[in-house]
Design a protein. Sequence first.
Length: 369
Amino acid sequence: MQGQTGVAAVRWVFFYKEHDMSIKAYGARAGDQPLGPLDIRRRDVGPHDIRIDIAYCGICHSDLHQVRSEWAGTQFPCVPGHEIVGRVTAVGEQVTGFKPGDLAGVGCIVDSCQHCQECKLGLENYCDDMVGTYNSPTADAPGWTLGGYSQQIVVHERYGLHIRHPEKDLTAVAPLLCAGITTYSPLRHWQAGPGKKVGIVGIGGLGHMGIKLAHAMGAQVVAFTTSESKRQAALALGADEVVNSRQAEEMAAHAKSFDLIVDTVAAPHDLDSLLMLLKRDGNLTLVGAPPTPHDAPDVFSLIMKRRSLSGSLIGGIPETQEMLDFCAEHGIVADIEMVRADQINASYERMLKGDVKYRFVIDNATLAD
């Protein structure tokens, strides 16, 4: 199989148990190598497990960071993917929430301790022992989780999610499992809605979802971009106004007026200019994860108006299901471009250049080609 980089791909095989079923996947063997086809094995379906045949998997910017070892702790082979949608094909004998044939998804979490305060509150995303969908320690061989760039996944039903969108929308539902919940959670936490002025910084995979969600919640939505070419696109997504953050006059016109700003940009940038846009008791929430840290903001940007600076990490399972149901009710899906498995490497390069509106989604049927 010839990848998009022109490098001949090698198929690697990693075994779980001899009686488990081999499936096709796509992943990286090392941080300096392109992704290529692999054969992996999933665990048997246990009493509480569901098996999902994966139809589509979104490509998240964090996938690129992880496979290229830009974040610490990458284990290889690394099979990324935590925006997973498909159909349930098998359930364990004690499963009560799913049945074969159900449309289902898996997001960023496949296990947690279930004993800590966070887990008891349905905030598994903040559990110290949370197990991510890929590259997290697990008892299953090879010792870390392997994600959704694969034909199937087996998870405890607790971490499965019901998809209530029409099946025709399934492709564009996949990015909701990360981009959707990553922006939905802070919007809900800080009570975005009618009478609230909300800013969304960045109009990419996360930002375009933030605009759609904040608009559906009834907030006044202002999108921030450094690219004049994205102005009309942001308005079409549901923004009431678009600000070019490089234009001082446009920024000054919104001084001390925002209740909430959700910053989706995954690169270091000036936070003080955003903090100064918050009204008293306003909040700036960071959800973009840059490979190097932001400069610390000026403390006076915070204390003079009792402003707050916070972060937010995806969402727990109950909130993720709530988000999916909200999106189904309001007809919200991601704007996507479908790609084949052998286009993943090229998609990574395009993603780095911002050459996608706004999320790539893999057609997992092409893993078998």
